[in-house]
Ligand binder design. Structure first.
Ligand code: PBG
Length: 332
């Protein structure tokens, strides 16, 4: 046997055993990397399954508190709340967003009362769960979403949520200038500790369908959201969005959707020294569930592999409907 008979490099050497793979692992996923989105519905002791999101339900406020306790027990540091607004409370101007007694405020206050700082509550700022037309802002006669007029309402919505106890305000509307306007209003009202996580690079995506079922806006929405959400073709523009939101006072930024946009997560992380979050959105969740149901892959393995991929791309954390399940798997 000559020396030339073996490969120069045997990369399989460190892969041979579990202990060795653990030692050379470059990226880690923990429950603390997860944010769990939850849908709130009216009523008490109510659970409403969402057909297009198998395994995900809307919960009444009392049940949201139970889910928040589940999250704490599993090591999840933060939940994100979205409301299902009754038809009678939806209007052209989305005024229900400003109601201090709306579902979001009640759920936020209930979780904070029960759990205090044991968990963070992130609240979404955008008008689509409250408007009769399903757009994220105020529309003119032609259906165009007005920027500055919408920002004024979003500021009121953000303050309404902060007064209810929200820890992180997350504007998902994609209006220009809303982060700065919200930050200023929060400061003026003394909410200096309330964070802003901006949906900075949010794309006009086909992956949001089941979410719109969950908040009840799918049937209402006419047209699309392409005049404010980003073109899926662009990444330089995402950097400009992030730069603007950071300059306006965002504490962290989000890229959304998730898996098809990992290049954007990486680009943002490489350009800015800030926490970057990714939202593995409803259509991605539904795809994983459909693949698992069809026997195309092992559900738990698919869930953990996709979540780890976000970490590898540079994400500090992931909003995922699989968060509780994943956290329990990781904790086991
Ligand atoms: C709306 C909002 C959407 C999502 C989060 N906030 C939908 C949209 O922009 O139409 C989508 C989340 C998901 O699909 O899981 N402001």
């Amino acid at each position: 046997m000559t020396n030339a008979a073996f490969p120069d490099l045997r990369l399989r050497r460190t892969r041979r055993t579990g202990w060795s793979r653990a030692m050379v692992r470059e990226t880690h996923l923990a429950p603390s990397n997860l944010i769990w989105p939850l849908f709130v519905c009216p009523g008490t002791a109510t659970e409403e399954p969402i057909a297009s999101l198998p395994g995900v339900s809307r919960w009444s406020v009392d049940r949201i508190v139970e889910r928040a306790k589940d999250a704490v027990a599993a090591g999840i540091p933060c939940i994100a709340l979205f409301p299902y607004t009754e038809a009678g409370r939806r209007s052209d101007d989305g005024a229900e967003a400003l109601n201090p007694d709306n579902l979001m405020c009640r759920a936020t206050a209930a979780v904070k009362d029960a759990l205090g700082d044991a968990i963070g509550v992130l609240t979404d700022v955008a008008l689509d769960p409250y408007t009769s037309h399903g757009q994220d802002g105020l529309v003119d006669e032609g259906g165009y979403v007005l920027n500055d007029e919408t920002v004024d309402v979003l500021v009121g919505q953000a303050l309404n949520q902060a007064r209810a106890g929200a820890d992180i305000i997350a504007p998902s509307d994609m209006m220009d200038g809303r982060v700065g306007a919200i930050r200023e209003a929060l400061e003026m009202e003394g909410f200096t500790h309330v964070q802003i996580m901006s949906y900075a690079a949010k794309y006009a995506s086909a992956f949001y369908g089941p979410f719109r079922d969950a908040v009840g806006s799918r049937g209402l929405l006419k047209g699309d959201k392409k005049t404010y959400q980003m073109d899926p073709a662009n990444v330089e523009e995402a950097l400009r969005e992030v730069e603007a939101d950071l300059a306006e006072g965002a504490d962290s930024v989000m890229v959304k959707p998730g898996l098809p946009y990992l290049d954007v997560v990486r680009a943002v992380k490489d350009h800015f020294a800030v926490p970057v979050y990714a939202y593995q959105v409803s259509g991605e969740y539904a795809m994983i569930e459909a693949a698992a149901a069809a026997g195309a892959g092992d559900r738990d393995a698919l869930v953990l592999e996709t979540l780890l991929a976000f970490r590898r791309a540079g994400a500090a954390g992931v909003l995922s409907y699989h968060a509780l399940h994943a956290a329990r798997l990781l904790g086991a």
